[in-house]
Design a protein around this ligand. Structure first.
Ligand code: 16G
Length: 240
């Protein structure tokens, strides 16, 4: 299996072998792969070399390590295009997955100065503050904390928000969604957020802050979404 006379470095050969095992379903998503010791014995190579190959596969997100538990096959990441202003519900349905939500918090409040400024609100204008965990095929993908000016959707309530916010705005309020400004950054998740997303402590998340506007330029949401970095990646086409 491993050709020590080959010009292909041994660690690369091991990587290819492990990739092959994943591809053939010998190692399944979420499954613990053989330990470094087992692999080094099986392949007749040093543990150091095995470790290097595994580290490379962890770095390319094909595998992930859990402290004290071993090395597992990672879930392929969902891709989200950075083109087009789509909703979570639309994105998941487009991938043939079933979206669902868990409502963690729903309240009416006076926002902080910064939030009011982003949403172009007058002093003491109220917002709905909504915290939802968003699932795809029952797996937690993201936590979203959304501020929606009450004047945009006064009749919003805990029941209505269980569906898609964008559908509510477009079909129930008959308002057209126009554009959004989005910022993306990486961060280590708080303990609370990693628990909500069923992740270990100290794992990375992708934080997306989006301010979205109706077609007439009025802001209708300010959202801070935290996506699981191991399940999500964003792609964009760039032209020169
Ligand atoms: C997406 C948006 C979020 C929006 C939500 C509406 C990102 C980063 N964020 O998650 O801003 O509020 O979709 O989804 O894509 P919904 O219509 O399914 O409620």
């Amino acid at each position: 299996m491993i050709d020590k006379n080959s010009h292909v470095p041994i660690y690369v050969q091991i990587q290819e072998l492990l990739k092959q095992r994943i591809l053939l379903g010998e190692y399944k998503v979420g499954e613990n792969i053989s330990s470094e010791r087992e692999l080094s014995e099986q392949l007749g190579v040093s543990r150091m070399t095995v470790r290097q190959s595994i580290t490379n596969l962890v770095n390319t997100n094909l595998l992930y390590r859990e402290k004290g538990r071993g090395t597992f096959v990672a879930n392929p990441k969902r891709e989200q295009s950075l083109h087009g202003l789509t909703s979570f519900t639309e994105d998941m349905k487009a991938r043939g997955m079933k979206p669902s939500n868990k409502l963690i918090q729903f309240e009416k409040m006076i926002p902080s100065f910064d939030i009011a400024k982003d949403l172009q609100l007058e002093k003491r204008e109220e917002v709905f503050y909504v915290v939802r965990i968003r699932y795809a095929d029952e797996k937690p993908m993201a936590i979203e904390r959304t501020f929606i000016p009450v004047k945009i959707f006064p009749e919003l309530d805990e029941k209505k928000i269980m569906g898609s916010l964008y559908t509510l705005i477009e079909t129930h309020r008959h308002q057209k969604i126009g554009n959004a400004i989005q910022e993306i950054e990486a961060a280590i998740l708080s303990k609370e957020d990693s628990e909500c997303l069923a992740m270990d402590d100290l794992t990375a998340g992708l934080i997306i802050k989006r301010t979205s506007f109706l077609i007439d330029g009025i802001p209708f949401e300010l959202v801070r979404s935290i996506y699981r970095a191991d399940r999500y990646k964003f792609i964009s086409e760039i032209n020169r």
